[in-house]
Every structure is written in C-alpha cells, then in structure tokens.
Design a protein around this ligand. Structure first.
Ligand SMILES: [Zn+2]
Ligand SMILES: [Zn+2]
Length: 289
C-alpha cells in the first residue's frame, strides 16, 4: 500500500521568489499527502497552499473538496497561505484544521486573527466552506486511512512533528509499514528528548526535516529553532530512515547552493557507509511512500 507526497512550498520563514530560487521554489511550507484511496491531507498552510488550492479545484471538476490540514505551529510561514486557499471560498467544501493542543494561544484563535479586519478584507466567518478546527496532542486514527502521531519538537513557542502511516486492515502483517515523518521546524542540537525523537522517526520511508542552516550560520542563530544539514543527516542515519528530504530552505539559499549542500550531505552519508538517500525539497517534487 503506497501513498504520495507532493511539495507545494519548501522555503522557511518568508516567501523568496526570484531568479535564484526557481528550481527549489520560493513558497513557504505546504505539502500534499494522498492516501491510496485518495484521501487528502495537507501539511502546513504556507504560501504554497495557494497553488495547491488552484490545483485541487481543477482536479475536483466541480465536486466538493474535503481534506485535513495539519499545522505544525502558527508561525507566519506555516499559516499565511490559508486566506488565499481558494477552496475555502467555495460552499460545499469541508476542511478540518488540526493543531497542537499545547499552544499558548489556540490554533483556532491564531487562524481567525490572521483574517481580522485590520489585516485582511475577508473574515474567517465569511468563508463559504465548512471549516472545523481541532487540536491533538499525540495520536489519532484519521478516517481509517492514516495512523497519525504527533511529537513536540524544539522550536520557540512549540511545534509538532507528524508521523503518518497508512492503516491497512487488509494487510497480512508481512509488509513493512511505510511511513512519512514531517518535521518542518526543529532545533536538533537543543533537543531535550533526542532518543524519543529518534524512536519517533525510526524506520520511516521518508523523513522531511528542517535543514535551514550551515554550521557557520547556525552559530549566529542558536535558539532560533532550526537545524543544520549535518544534524538532520545524523538524525536520519540514527533513525535508519530510507530517504531524507532537506526542507525549510533558508530564504537567501540559492538553487545552486542547495545543490552544493545536498551533495555535501550525500558525501557525509557515504563517509558513514550509510544507505540513506538525500533529496532537497523542491516545489513539484512528488514521492511515493
Ligand atoms: Zn517555519
Ligand atoms: Zn517556526
């Protein structure tokens, strides 16, 4: 049983369009996940969700769109695309927004406030689609399609990492369970429960992880909540994942530099004798899990 993962936004912190970022993309985080049965899950609602919305409307052919949107946290780069997600302006569509129970300000409050009249012309209550906001702390079974687990990661104000594994009642138990782990923002070198995090990522088919900084850059940004390429690779090796996707690219990072950093990560894996595959997240990249 496989599912697919498609990247619509890969950039951290702020959109960064321009000639130097066209290949990996300038939109902030948004990832589309589809179960084998076609169930829609969206990870984060950065500016990448705008293009996803247009694509969903095209693909729906006038039929209602339903989906579950999992937010890692409420920093701008993870919610700012929501008011531009066209399906929420269409009656008959239904979305559930999921966020952490542990936030100081509830996820529903934050999502509403970014559409307050001071900063946006349409209020949340004017949206034509049905939108539920729900909170989760550690685990849930999503529409009998995915086993979803959440893990609190190291990030200012708190954030969640998510693990998605398909629920396959028909499986005979001999197939290895395929899983996607998505950790958009996380400061690995400050992580208090590192071994628990390794266990959370253990054996994933795909690990999407924050790799915002080089070691030199990180020295100037300790405590900002992001990781180095090296730390992301180390986590992936320890957790014995199959593929690591470098994610949340620094806004200034050019395409050519992402290429070089990806090569360096591959060289690091080779020096360790690992079999880990390294990819850099790019808008349009689609993976089968
Ligand atoms: Zn972020
Ligand atoms: Zn953040």
């Amino acid at each position: 049983m496989t599912f697919t993962v498609r990247f619509w936004g890969t950039r951290g912190s702020i959109p960064s369009p321009g000639a130097q970022t066209v290949r990996y993309g300038g939109n902030t985080p948004c990832v589309e996940v589809r179960s084998a049965e076609g169930l829609l899950v969206v990870l984060d609602a950065g500016t990448g969700i705008r293009e996803l919305g247009r694509s969903l409307i095209d693909r729906a052919n006038g039929k209602p769109i339903r989906g579950d949107i999992f937010l890692t946290h409420a920093h701008w780069d993870h919610i700012q695309g929501l008011p531009f997600f066209a399906p929420v302006f269409q009656e008959g569509n239904h979305f559930t927004i999921w966020g952490s129970k542990a936030m100081e300000t509830s996820i529903g409050r934050v999502v509403r406030d970014q559409m307050s009249p001071v900063v946006f012309p349409v209020t949340f209550d004017q949206l034509a689609a049905t939108i539920d906001v729900k909170e989760l702390s550690d685990r849930l079974s999503l529409h009998q399609a995915f086993d979803v687990r959440a893990f609190p990661v190291q990030h200012p104000g708190g954030a969640l990492g998510y693990r998605f594994a398909p629920l396959t009642p028909s499986s005979n138990g001999n197939e290895p369970q395929r899983a996607l782990v998505y950790i958009s923002d996380n400061e690995l070198s400050q992580t208090e429960h590192y071994e628990s995090l390794v266990a959370f990522c253990k054996g994933a088919s795909v690990l999407v992880h924050d790799s915002m900084f080089t070691v030199e850059e990180y020295r100037q940004h300790v405590g900002w909540g992001h990781s180095t390429y090296e730390d992301a690779v180390e986590l992936a090796l320890k957790a014995e994942v199959e593929r690591l996707v470098l994610f949340h690219h620094k806004p200034e990072r050019t395409d050519d530099e992402v290429d070089r950093r990806t090569d360096e990560c591959r060289a690091l894996v080779a020096r360790r004798g690992g079999r880990l595959e390294i990819l850099a997240a790019a808008e349009g990249l689609t993976l089968n899990v």
